[in-house]
Design a binder for this molecule. Structure first.
Ligand code: 6MZ
Length: 365
């Protein structure tokens, strides 16, 4: 990023609410990890979806897009995460990855970040799920100590592939940290390969989390044909929705689902590059941002996996603005409104709003 427009997007204060820790690892940090573990024979091409592919997708302009684009069998290459998990398998790795990711978001102008990650145990290194969460918390505290200009919170992730029992254990662990982490652990994320498992098996764990006061962000309708699952999980209801790509009727969802989301006023976390590179959306111009934005429904622009998809939040905002013709004032408003959808309490929202007011260019006031 080097021209005047890029500077505007980088300096724009931003809120990031949908960032998977291990999907957010930068090229530079992957380099350090590869050097630590040469025996794994891992190359960069295995941990990120490269520029060549993005260029092809960028060239897609509106008239090239098929409407009613419905399906792809293998929407996101979940193999990539398996490779990254091999590189990140000890407390030391997690600490480095988390501190690097937080500092990179801060350098990109993100003032408030909700990181999400799936606690893992690794017998080879003695890593436990509890230590996993503690290490992420330690990294957040370290960045605070170093006065990195960003407020970071943590959502404990449930990988839907692992079924009901693991989901319940994860919620119990999250509850403990919810009470003991001084407001750092604030919620639960439901993610993982959307083509595996069914939400009904996770319903009681998610309901328990909600009753304990943990906030819920659920990946819903990231792929087609999840109508019943989405309908069921919307009744909890979640506090935010990840993606929601196939909710609306034009994408094979239904008006009933849209009505539920609208009535309950549930914000959507939208990750454009992720959806385009992951091939659930044909091209940027066809992204469901358009549908929800024009409806005036709460939406937040996010990165999802800035490492894997080779992007950052500034680029995502710029892409939205250029694709959908948003003025700078509209972009500013979009980033400011995201504050209302964070999981941290009202006092934090007020602080952030003040920060935005201080940074706001005169012409938008
Ligand atoms: C669903 C995703 C995802 O948890 O090890 N994850 N789940 N849809 C997506 N769309 C692209 N991107 C990432 O980070 C990696 C994990 O995040 C989830 C997957 O469960 C993946 O294994 P952590 O930090």
């Amino acid at each position: 990023m080097d021209n005047e427009a890029d500077t505007f997007y980088r300096e724009l204060p931003k809120v990031e609410l949908h960032a998977h820790l291990n999907g957010s690892v930068s090229f530079q940090t992957i380099e350090k990890l590869i050097r630590r573990k040469p025996q794994l024979n891992i190359e960069h091409s295995m941990t990120a979806i490269g520029k060549g592919q993005r260029r092809t997708l960028d060239e897609c302009v509106k008239h090239h897009c098929k409407t009613n684009y419905k399906s792809k069998n293998n929407p996101v290459c979940f193999q990539v995460f398996k490779v990254i998990h091999q590189l990140v398998d000890s407390e030391e790795d997690i600490f480095m990855v988390a501190t690097d990711v937080i500092k990179e978001f801060a350098a990109d102008g993100v003032k408030y970040l909700e990181l999400r990650s799936t606690p893992r145990e690794e017998t080879a290194t003695g890593l436990t799920k509890r230590r996993y969460i503690e290490t992420v918390i330690k990294a957040i505290q370290q960045c605070k100590k170093e006065r990195v200009d960003i407020d970071v919170r943590f959502l404990v992730a449930i990988d839907r592939r692992n079924g009901s029992q693991v989901a319940m254990e994860t919620v119990q662990l999250a509850e403990e940290f919810f009470l003991s982490s001084d407001g750092l652990v604030i919620g639960i994320d439901l993610s993982g390969d959307p083509t595996v498992g069914h939400g009904r098996d996770l319903l009681s764990a998610l309901q328990r989390a909600k009753n304990s006061g943990l906030k819920l962000s659920l990946h819903l309708s990231e792929v087609p044909s999840q109508h019943d699952e989405t309908d069921l999980l919307l009744d909890i209801p979640p506090d935010r929705i990840g993606h929601g790509t196939f909710l609306h009727p034009e994408m094979g969802g239904s008006q009933g689902l849209v009505d539920k989301v609208v009535q309950k006023n549930i914000p959507l976390e939208l990750c454009l590059t992720s959806n385009v590179k992951g091939q659930t959306v044909q091209c940027y111009a066809e992204h469901h941002f358009k549908y929800w934005y024009h409806m005036g429904h709460p939406i937040v622009i996010c990165t999802d996996d800035k490492g894997v998809f080779a992007t950052d939040l500034s680029q995502e905002y710029k892409m939205v603005a250029t694709t959908f013709g948003l003025s700078r004032e509209a972009v500013w408003k979009l980033s400011q409104q995201a504050i209302d959808y964070i999981f941290a309490p009202v006092s934090v929202k007020e602080q952030l709003k003040q920060k935005w007011r201080n940074l706001q260019p005169q012409e938008f006031k």
